[in-house]
Design a protein around this ligand. Structure first.
Ligand code: GDP
Ligand code: IMO
Ligand code: MG
Length: 428
């Protein structure tokens, strides 16, 4: 089997981690293709709750090789921590299993400081980034001054390059932002250690992917963030700095579109967003509050409360369009239990004009003038956490899923009814 891409269909935190974990038994190599430790992917299985930031969400499956792909930006401190935590749980995180692509880029403490400084200088216009240095690291990559993971093969040379780039960043921090410089020597020494620790994990990521596909094995590609956070296709500038869409799997991992057999969009049965930016179906009332509490909608990475709202089908249609979705995984249906009636946005309206497309192309100010058009659907009160087959779902829950499938025009192949791996209704 060829490549399967798992991509967030909304603003992130849709449950990509649980979907990747659920599909991993079919896969040989599972690869993260974008983002960095701004991501927080949760896997609840085998009595563990893993909150993964860099390591692919298939790590509990011993037959899988996990690749951190070239499109990723890596904070080596965080990666070492994550490997240690997993090792502490008895998970094999040796260099034969966990691979780091040599063309991935390296996040420095000064990238993080610059992220914070840029956010502070935006004042009320702040993006609400995770302050993990994501934007500045991708900016250095695009400016062709970044550090690549492959440099860690020579820890001394790498440390020297780290020191030079930290000094460059320090000048910016001091002269432009009026901040204190960071200790370049000390950072270089720490990064020397990370390089010694990580260099055996380095690999030519594209070659590993090619070998996998040529051998007829399955490559599962794990996206971070979501479609509306994509640098090109999201709600710019309230986006992250990478290609979160399915195309990002091709550029991030280095293989061609003909290999892709399935593109699975992951969507919650409602909508959430962390950070600033437009969110037309946001609920600022007690229903939004209820969804936040019942759904545990607090950031996996930063602990920030997530903004919650009704499902927006125009967003899912947009995700189907820009990613070429072949299927949808609808997670967290259980969180809607007890809310009656349920509402879903089916279109937008402005001065008598109506569109069933998410008005992304009209820009953020224009988006604010469009009002979502809702349809009401009946809710259910039964606990659905034990459902494992379609027949186990109450008729109203079945109707909700069927309504989404029909409106988006993409088959739903998985329904999540709880965080645990087992709490899945597979419809394949
Ligand atoms: P990701 O970033 O897309 O991998 O998603 P996160 O892990 O950041 O957020 C999803 C949260 O929802 C995690 O806490 C998951 O354990 C949880 N979750 C995933 N699927 C379900 C589901 O079907 N029901 C419930 N109740 N929780 C779920
Ligand atoms: P996963 O992979 C939800 C959001 C931030 C902010 C914007 C830019 O777990 O779904 P950044 O630090 O990337 O420069 O922040 O993007 N953001 C996420 N929101 N889930 C994520 O990852 C996110 N990663 C970044 O909150 O609004
Ligand atoms: Mg997350």
């Amino acid at each position: 089997m060829p490549a399967i891409v798992v991509v967030g269909a909304q603003w992130g935190d849709e449950g990509k981690g649980r979907v990747v974990d659920g599909l991993a038994p079919q896969a040989h190599v599972v690869a993260r293709y974008n983002g960095g430790d701004n991501a927080g992917h949760t896997v609840v299985a085998e009595g563990h709750t893993l909150r993964l930031h860099l390591v692919p969400s298939a790590v509990l499956h011993p037959q899988v090789v996990c690749l951190i792909g070239g499109g990723v930006v890596v904070n080596p401190e965080r990666l070492v921590e994550e490997l240690d935590e997993l090792a502490g749980l008895g998970v094999d995180v040796g260099p034969d299993r966990i691979k780091l692509a040599a063309n991935a880029h390296i996040i420095l403490p000064t990238h993080r400081a610059l992220d914070g400084a840029r956010e502070a200088s935006r004042g009320k216009q702040a993006l609400g980034t995770t302050r993990r240095g994501i934007g500045p690291t991708y900016a250095d990559k695009a400016a062709r001054v970044g550090l690549r993971a492959g440099m860690m093969a020579d820890p001394e040379g790498f440390a020297e390059q780290v020191r030079t780039l930290v000094e460059t960043h320090n000048r910016l921090l001091q002269n432009h932002f009026g901040l204190e410089p960071l200790a370049a020597e000390e950072i270089a020494a720490r990064y020397h250690e990370y390089a010694r620790r990580l260099k055996d994990h380095l690999v030519d990521g594209s070659a590993l992917v090619a070998e996998t596909l040529e051998a007829g094995k399955t490559l599962l590609c794990e996206g971070a963030q979501g479609t509306l956070l994509d640098i090109d296709h999201g709600t710019y500038p309230f986006v992250t700095s990478s290609s979160t869409v399915a195309g990002g799997a091709l550029t991030g991992l280095g293989f061609g579109p003909r290999e892709v057999a399935r593109v699975i969009g992951v969507a919650k049965a409602y909508t959430t967003r962390v950070g600033a930016g437009p969110f037309p179906t946001e609920l600022l009332d007690e229903i939004g509050q209820r969804i936040r509490e019942v759904g545990g909608e607090y950031g996996t990475t930063t602990g920030r409360p997530r903004r919650c709202g009704w499902l927006d089908l125009t967003i899912l249609r947009y995700a189907a369009q820009v990613n070429g979705l072949t299927e949808l995984a609808l997670t967290k249906l259980d969180v809607l239990t007890g809310i009656d009636p349920l509402r879903v946005a089916v279109a937008y309206e402005r001065e008598g004009e109506r569109t069933d497309r998410f008005p992304a192309e009209f820009g953020i100010e224009a988006l604010a003038r469009w009002q979502p058009v809702y349809e009401e659907l009946p809710g259910w009160t039964e606990d659905i956490g034990h459902a494992r087959r379609w027949e186990d779902l109450p008729p109203q829950a079945q109707d909700y899923v069927a309504f989404v499938e029909e409106a988006v025009g993409v088959p739903i192949t998985l329904v999540g009814v709880g965080p645990d791996r087992e709490q899945s209704v597979w419809l394949t």
